[in-house]
Design a protein around this ligand. Structure first.
Ligand code: NDP
Length: 280
């Protein structure tokens, strides 16, 4: 039976390191969180970020703009935050109203304050092995893997899902560690080749958002399974991997919820402190 790879104890260790780093800063770091229109889903993320920031001694400035805010006004607002020396990091809360294109506006956050690690300049740096401001979910997965003590060198890693926030940056981070990386996506599934790839994975990372996509008996014996997916099924939160079958075969497996999720906010705070240090 697999060992559970829980995010919370890892997050606690990293929080202790973050506190030490904050103590060495000249002033309390400040995170500006921009929300356009109030949204219940976004508010629950905001509350968990607020709580995490408070516990670490980070100032969390929530800026709520009216829901009818246009793209140009939001860009001007971001530019002001870029110039505000008291602000160390900026995040834009999702979802955004239809008139705003996240990909466009996120590029206006100065790379030094881009604590979600989504600016093309920060994504580009990963290509060159510079991993200071990395997308938070990808960083969470790397921490989960790190906690197992496994050496990634030459390992057969299969990532399912090629989004900009998870699959793609993760592939680059794993390449830096000399893992052999295969990225599967919708094309792999449509070609009927997903099972064949998954069965080879010594390390399997799934970030799709489809419950039951990965069958338990596809999981390789003794492998590490990181399930990033979040799906609501009959009032329960489940991942993308059939947990019961997979836990009998894997050596390590993340629970859903409780795996990558609890680490993501901590990664955001770690990025903030890194940004503050870089700005100093
Ligand atoms: P996206 O929708 O952006 O990406 C999903 C990816 O899965 C895409 O690459 C898509 O390919 C691919 N895909 C879709 N269907 C299939 C299929 N049948 N077979 C193989 N690949 C497929 O989602 P995100 O990356 O933002 O999130 C993925 C999941 O992770 C979601 O459940 C989300 O809730 C969760 N998540 C969890 C976080 C956490 O902290 N735990 C943080 C972020 C996300 P294509 O685009 O080509 O269709």
């Amino acid at each position: 039976m697999a060992k559970l790879l829980e995010g919370k104890p890892i997050a606690e260790k990293i929080k202790a390191e973050i506190k030490l780093q904050i103590a060495s800063l000249k002033s309390k770091p400040v995170l500006a969180s921009v929300m356009v229109g109030e949204n219940a889903g976004a508010m629950s993320y905001v509350r968990s970020q607020q709580k995490a920031a408070e516990n670490l001694g980070i100032e969390y400035r929530l800026e709520i703009l009216p829901s009818e805010t246009c793209q140009e006004t939001l860009i001007e607002f971001i530019k002001k935050l870029n110039l505000d020396k008291s602000v160390n990091g900026i995040i834009i809360q999702m979802p955004l109203p239809a008139q705003i294109d996240y990909k466009k506006i996120s590029q206006f956050i100065t790379p030094e304050k881009d604590i979600e690690g989504m600016h093309p300049a920060n994504i580009g740096k990963i290509l060159f092995g510079q991993t200071k401001l990395v997308p938070c979910t990808a960083a969470s997965v790397m921490e989960l893997l790190n906690s197992t003590g496994v050496d990634l060198y030459g390992r057969e890693v299969v990532i399912v899902g090629h989004s900009e926030i998870v699959g793609k940056p993760l592939a680059l981070l794993l390449l830096e560690k000399f893992a052999t990386v295969t990225i599967c996506h919708i094309g792999t599934s449509k070609a009927g080749k997903l099972e064949e790839h998954v069965k080879k994975a010594e390390i399997l990372i799934v970030a799709v958002g489809k419950s039951g996509l990965i069958k338990g008996d596809w999981v390789k014996q003794g492998s590490i399974v990181i399930d990033v997916g979040i799906n609501r099924v009959a009032d329960k939160i489940v991942g993308d991997v059939e947990f019961e079958g997979a836990e009998k075969r894997a050596a390590y497996i993340t629970p859903v919820p409780g795996g990558a999720g609890p680490l993501t906010v901590t990664m955001l705070m770690r990025n903030l402190v890194r940004a503050a240090k870089l700005q100093q």
